[in-house]
Design a protein around this ligand. Structure first.
Ligand SMILES: Nc1ncnc2c1ncn2[C@@H]1O[C@H](COP(=O)(O)OP(=O)(O)O)[C@@H](O)[C@H]1O
Ligand SMILES: [Mg+2]
Length: 278
């Protein structure tokens, strides 16, 4: 594992000597609007973390939530990170998604080091490449379910500019059918069950066809039936759109659907195993 990681790392550095030069929108203006395809196993990692450490220093006693984590995820992989509450999973999720800054180490997404980007560039990278699913859904309360999905597409910038593409209504219908939320789209989040809200949040994350889907406890607040629907949808879009999926969970059963499972304890990845998709 370490050997493979070292090769991947040295190749990544060789291939992208200057992370800024490989900023995807400069390299290819079309890139954010196309569907990523699954690449051969030996391709460069789409997510690379090197010696990531995060210390929360706000309180009286500093807390090291993530400790020297190094990991590589290949394009098209479905990886689960599983661990008990407090083991640092959410902090790792925020670090990998560029939502918080590492105390030490770095995150490279598709060859681009987050640290090399300005705040605006980092936001653009996130919007164009990553679909987020949060445990608490994070839907906008004043908008309907449909409004939440539409605004995510608008904010992603995909509809703007010369190469802009309007929201693909057929794809939206398809997603909503698969997620069984067709009849609920005019309702606000407060009028939806937890399972329905999470399914809307999944549609919101997938509508932009992101290359990477990051999900933090996407089934954490759901009953078994809704959990299954959410997991099946994540699996399906991983397979059909060639997305790279990283799902965080405390539930070993949910994690078992992944191709690879990384176990976290006390801020560290302590073990790796194959899941049922391997
Ligand atoms: N903003 C914060 N400030 C201080 N400590 C935090 C903060 N967020 C998380 N922690 C602490 O970091 C550790 C890891 O938390 P977290 O990443 O949320 O773990 P998990 O998602 O596995 O439950 C815990 O001890 C938690 O209390
Ligand atoms: Mg958490």
């Amino acid at each position: 594992m370490i050997f493979v990681y070292t090769i991947v790392k040295s190749r990544a550095l060789q291939f992208f000597p200057s992370p800024k030069a490989s900023w995807p929108h400069r390299r290819c203006p079309q890139a954010p609007f196309t569907i990523a395809t699954v690449q051969p196993e030996e391709s460069l990692p789409i997510i690379l973390a090197e010696n990531l450490t995060k210390v929360y220093a706000a309180g009286r006693v500093p807390v090291t939530a993530v400790r020297s984590v190094s990991m590589a995820v290949q394009p098209g992989e479905f990886v689960a990170i599983v661990g008990p509450s407090g083991s640092g999973k959410s902090t790792l999720f925020y670090l990998l998604g560029g939502l918080t800054q590492a105390t030490e180490g770095r995150v490279v997404i598709d060859g681009v080091d987050f640290a090399s980007l300005s705040d605006g560039e980092r936001t653009r990278l996130r919007k164009h490449r990553i679909g987020f699913v949060f445990q608490k859904f994070n839907l906008l309360p004043t908008l309907s379910a449909m409004g939440n999905i539409e605004i995510a597409y608008e904010v992603s910038g995909r509809a703007k500019g010369k190469n802009g593409q309007p929201l693909d209504r057929k794809y939206l219908d398809h997603l909503c059918d698969l997620l069984s939320i067709q009849g609920r789209l005019e309702h606000r989040p407060s009028e939806l069950s937890g399972g329905e809200q999470q399914r809307v949040a999944i549609a919101r994350a997938l509508i932009t066809r992101p290359a990477i889907v990051l999900a933090d406890e996407p089934t954490g607040n759901l009953d078994t039936k809704s959990s299954d629907a959410v997991l099946q949808m994540l699996l399906r879009s991983n397979r059909e759109l060639g997305q790279t999926t990283l799902m965080i969970t405390h539930n070993p059963e949910a994690a078992s659907i992944a191709g690879r499972i990384l176990h976290m304890r006390d801020g560290e990845i302590v073990r790796e195993e194959k899941g049922s998709r391997a």
